[in-house]
Design a binder for this molecule. Sequence first.
Ligand SMILES: Nc1ncnc2c1ncn2[C@@H]1O[C@H](COP(=O)(O)OP(=O)(O)OP(=O)(O)O)[C@@H](O)[C@H]1O
Length: 321
Amino acid sequence: MDEQSILVEELVKKYGDFTALDHISFDVREGEVFGLLGPNGAGKTTTIKIMTGLTLPTSGKVLVSNIDVTKKPNEVKKKIGWISADVIVDDDLTAWENLELQAKLEGLKEWKERAKQLLDYFGIFEFKDRQLGKFSTGMRKKVEISMALLHSPEIVFMDEPTIGLDVSTRKSLWDIIRKINKDFGVTVLLTTHYMEEADMLCERIAIINKGKIVAIGSPEELKSKYGGDVIEVQFYGSVDYKIFEKYGQVIAKENSIRIKVGNAEDVLVSMLKDLSQFRVKSLRIEKASLDTAFLNLTGSTIEEGDFDARKFYAMLRRSRK
Ligand SMILES: Nc1ncnc2c1ncn2[C@@H]1O[C@H](COP(=O)(O)OP(=O)(O)OP(=O)(O)O)[C@@H](O)[C@H]1O
């Protein structure tokens, strides 16, 4: 499980004078779902493009399945699948024809059995002769994923796989990503700027901002290290808030306090003893979120609407006519 699938070391990418990636390093373990999370322009797509051999780095090392992608990009391409809004699928062709085209592009000879298995797996084999343009968004995603898995890749790269999808399709895609990761044993590297998505799907996340990795860890680690829970207590009457400073940073208002703690459950029992001397009106725990972690790490939030119009329109062009 802990074999390394991807190794990125001191990666730098410059576009002229502009440094898009500034010495980034991380590794992805075999079989994990790893997320690159960051706002627009952070450098996520550039990182993926380098890892998949689509563009060369200025300097640094990238091993994918132990192969140096800068030296042997074609060997790397055999090991990886790619899912993004930019992937070309032909709406006028049927699902099966799209798979056939993919097989030709990949130079696969024995592909039909695998294609049938994949469409069966996703429950859409009976629609194989339907034009892709007549598929629902969720179904066409299944075809796109089948295309990406056709050559049995070890690693699947997903660049903002759920951008522009409605909430329910997005959630069903999360289930699919989890399932293919388990059932096919593929390592998944995905980029997203949806905090919830990274939190739900990823075993580990690298938060990238302005071309630098600012933190790496499991969602839980990032939340507890950089997020911090908040305990909010309202009182009848005023209170000497200083006795709560031992639990963390206290923001006091007239009849209430907000205490920023690491993990609320760890301090709650002893805090209740201190609270017993006051008349407590209400007590509320806000669990740490990736949003707060991101805010603390970067000083900015990722806005829900802050997405890449280029990718969104690419997706729209391909969506049902
Ligand atoms: N071909 C290019 N020429 C010049 N600058 C580029 C080029 N490609 C990307 N950049 C710049 O590099 C930075 C990183 O871009 P990148 O697309 O990797 O970000 P991202 O994190 O994927 O963001 P998004 O969510 O918008 O896709 C951005 O400032 C972008 O404008």
